[in-house]
Design a protein around this ligand. Structure first.
Ligand code: MF3
Ligand code: CO
Ligand code: CO
Length: 253
């Protein structure tokens, strides 16, 4: 586990704030009729304008057919995460996950949100708000001495009580010097199990939920994760640092 020093934290703080602003701006453009490619280009422009560099572009994952081609992962409806921009147009009634990462001053942060395009269709508000809340439930567990299992347990208990599925294949992670660092942070688990958090660790928590069954699979493009039952999915993510007493979220606006 990499502990970040004060100077690095200052950089991550500034980068995280800027990235949060970029995500908010990009989210405003996620309206009926825009193509996901246009959204991706906008996100890249905003990142460059704020002095950063996209961290996902060119990112390689073992087994993927190509490096990730985009700046922002755009995942629509039954797509869970890592959707790739294309000529597809967003339309009213869609729910859209936007996940974005940025290098700034040599360090990177990672954040995501899910929104409804136009008036939310049946159940979308409940799915999105429970997922958003589950991220806060996870963050509330963060403090030195807490176990990774405490975070996963709290997120899973909350989401299952709300009637949603918790995706297992994808997890939160350390972040900062690389897009993904140790440790892996599942959104499920048992209280008191797993590694211990310590002050100065920088992690990304990112619950992914499903309206139906929690099982997911990789789509043919080799990047996009989709629900097996075709039910909709939502995702929220923040990068945070473990402080003396709890957590400081770096990607809040
Ligand atoms: N943002 C994803 C995460 O939250 C990682 C995306 S990697 C990419 O961990 F290559 F798909 F962009
Ligand atoms: Co992310
Ligand atoms: Co992440």
């Amino acid at each position: 586990m990499i502990i970040k020093n004060t100077k690095e934290l200052d950089i991550l703080r500034e980068g995280g704030k800027r990235l949060a602003a970029v995500l908010v701006e990009a989210a405003k453009a996620a309206k009926d009729g825009i193509t996901t490619k246009e959204l991706d280009e906008l996100a890249e422009k905003l990142i460059l304008k704020t002095g950063g560099k996209p961290s996902f572009k060119g990112y390689k994952v073992h087994g993927a057919p190509m490096p990730y081609p985009g700046t922002i992962c755009i995942s629509i409806n039954e797509e869970v995460v890592h959707g790739i921009a294309s000529d597809r147009k967003l339309k009213n009634g869609d729910i859209v996950g936007l996940d974005i990462g940025m290098w700034y001053g040599g360090l990177c942060t990672d954040t995501a949100m899910t929104l409804a395009v136009g008036p939310p269709s049946g159940g979308a508000t409940a799915l999105i708000s429970a997922t958003k809340k589950s991220l806060e439930v996870g963050i509330a567990q963060v403090r030195p001495g807490a176990k990774l299992g405490d975070i996963g347990f709290a997120i899973q208990r909350y989401l299952e009580k709300e009637g949603f599925g918790v995706v297992r294949e994808l997890v939160g992670h350390g972040v900062g010097k690389a897009v993904h660092e140790e440790p892996e942070i599942p959104n499920w688990g048992k209280k008191g199990e797993g590694d211990e958090l310590s002050e100065g660790m920088v992690i990304a928590l990112e619950p992914m939920t499903t309206e139906g069954n929690f099982k997911v699979k990789l789509a043919k493009d080799g990047w996009t994760w989709v629900t097996r039952d075709g039910s909709r999915s939502a995702h929220f993510e923040h990068t945070l640092v473990v402080t003396k007493t709890g957590a400081e979220v770096l990607t809040r606006i």
